[in-house]
Structure formats: C-alpha cells, structure tokens
Design a protein around this ligand. Structure first.
Ligand SMILES: C[S@@+](CC[C@H](N)C(=O)[O-])C[C@H]1O[C@@H](n2cnc3c(N)ncnc32)[C@H](O)[C@@H]1O
Length: 277
C-alpha cells in the first residue's frame, strides 16, 4: 500500500490519521452505519435517525448504491478493460471494496481511494497493508486539481491513459454553491480518450419522498445530501458518451442476479457510466 506523501505535497492533507472527530457526524460513518458496518458512533447514529425518521426505507438507498457500484466496477474491469481506478469519496472499507472487486477480475488493477474523512485512510491502511496495487489518500473533491496532481495518485496511476473515475454517492454531498458542475467538469475534462466516469446520485424524480428525505438529510443532523433532478444529474456527464442503458434508476443499470428485483427506494437514486471519446 502507498500512503506516505513525499515532501512538498499538493495541499491535500496526508497526515497520520487522527482520532475521529466526534463533534459532528461523518458522512462516511453514517453511510457505514446504514450499510450495517461497525465504524460509527452515537453522533452518527443520531444523524442517521434524522433521515430514517423522514423515510424508514432510506438505508436501502445505500445498499442499492453499493450494488450499482459492484456492477459498475465489474463492467469497467471485465468488459471495458479498465485497469486503473480513481475512486473519489470511496467511503470506509466495507463488504465488496472496489479493489477487491477489481482484483477478482485482474489482480494487477491499480486503485487509488480518495476521501476527505481521515478515518478512511486509517482503516484503509490496515486493510491494504502489503498491497502494492492500491493506495488511499485524504483529499477533498472540492479541490479536484490537487487530487489529479497528488503524488500518490500520479505515482500509482498513469492519468494520461484510460482509467475509471468513480464518483459514487459523493456529488450529492456538494451543495449548489460549492460549484458541483465546475468540480466534476475539471475531473471530466482531465479524462483521456477511452476513460470512463461512473457517477451515482440522489434523485429528485418529482416525488414528495425526495423532498422529505432531502429535508431529513439537510436538517436532520447530517447537514448534507442534495436530491437533483434527471437533467441536473445528466449535466455531470456533459460531453461523455453514455454507456448503455444511460443514466437510469440505479437498479436498472445493467441488473444482474444480485440486483434486487424490487426496491422501496427505486426511484430515489440514479446512476450511469459515461465514456470519454
Ligand atoms: C455515501 S459515501 C459513498 C461511498 C462509496 N463511494 C460508495 O458508493 O459506496 C460518500 C463518501 O464521500 C466522502 N465525501 C463526502 N464529501 C467529500 C468531499 N468533499 N471530498 C472527499 N470525500 C468526500 C464521505 O466521507 C464518504 O466516505
């Protein structure tokens, strides 16, 4: 595993992991909680309750998202032939981590995990010890150029050659005034021809539950979680050629035997994969 920043870093934080910040809930830990993991604290569970009260089925969105990610990574490595992955907003290690999914198909696939929660680095270090193909760094999506210039990223991935950019369940945590389109645009424009972008996002499909749940996320303690409309999510893929079936409800994206036949939150989450031509 590569996780040490050479001197003269890029402005992203790569310090040794610190004790978890328990003064506020962490998106990564709340997500871990709703997925049934063990890396969460009371403050995270209380924040989760804020949106579970609004919609008891809300945790299923996380499971549907994880399922889409699994199918997406399999497509990218097995069908599209991708062997390098930049996973921004990777989350805490859980069942079916991206590098494990990729390595099950080709163990030489290189993966860099990026998350702004230092807990991800701490847990990643333990998980990835001895794995030379996979690294984890602490960095923020809101500084995309710094991520692309990060020495750990450029040391493991050749960004001039096709890679997969994963933005799974993260862009919804950018508020409208944080320039989400500019940020994703910077990453998308940096993709070389033949590269892919997987993006999944909370969906406002014009149903009241999206509004209720967004309120639960924004006001229920977590303080973040935007539900965007189809056209708003589609804009993130501008200029990319959509891989079939395009931007769709998450469980409709190339479903397989492991995809839930029915989901109570089917219409609240969307995702797709685009290819740079
Ligand atoms: C909902 S989880 C998604 C995890 C994983 N990508 C998945 O799809 O299962 C969102 C992750 O994005 C991270 N995150 C949120 N905002 C971020 C930012 N501005 N920069 C980097 N990571 C961020 C959180 O810490 C969290 O781990």
């Amino acid at each position: 595993m590569v996780n040490d920043r050479p001197a003269g870093g890029t402005g992203t934080s790569q310090d040794d992991p610190v004790a978890p910040d328990l003064s506020r809930p962490s998106i990564a830990r709340v997500y871990d909680y709703v997925l049934g993991g063990k890396q969460h604290f009371e403050i995270d569970r209380r924040a989760a309750q804020g949106f579970i009260d609004a919609l008891p089925d809300a945790p299923v969105i996380a499971k549907d998202n994880r399922n889409l990610l699994r199918r997406g990574v399999r497509f990218l490595v097995e069908e599209a032939g991708i062997r390098q992955i930049l996973d921004i907003g990777s989350g805490l290690p859980t069942e079916g981590n991206v590098h494990e999914l990729a390595h099950a198909i080709d163990p030489s696939t290189r993966v860099v995990y990026v998350d702004n929660d230092p807990g991800v680095l701490a847990h990643g270090r333990a998980l990835l010890a001895g794995d030379a193909t996979t690294a984890v760094i602490t960095a923020d999506l809101r500084t995309p150029a710094a991520i692309l210039a990060d020495p750990v990223v450029t040391g493991l991935l050749d960004l001039s050659r096709p890679y997969a950019l994963l933005l799974s369940g993260i862009v919804q945590h950018l508020a409208d005034d944080e320039d989400p389109y500019g940020i994703v645009g910077t990453l998308r424009e940096a993709l070389p021809a033949g590269a892919y972008m997987l993006l999944s996002h909370f969906l406002d499909d014009d149903e009241p539950r999206a509004t209720t749940l967004e309120r639960g996320f924004l006001q229920g303690g977590l303080g973040t979680g935007r539900f965007r409309r189809w056209d708003e999510i589609r804009r993130f893929f501008d200029g990319l050629e959509m891989v079939e079936p395009g931007l769709v409800y998450a469980n409709d994206w190339r479903p397989d035997a492991g995809t839930p036949a029915e989901s109570p939150v089917h219409t609240l989450y969307a995702g797709g994969v685009g290819r740079k031509v």
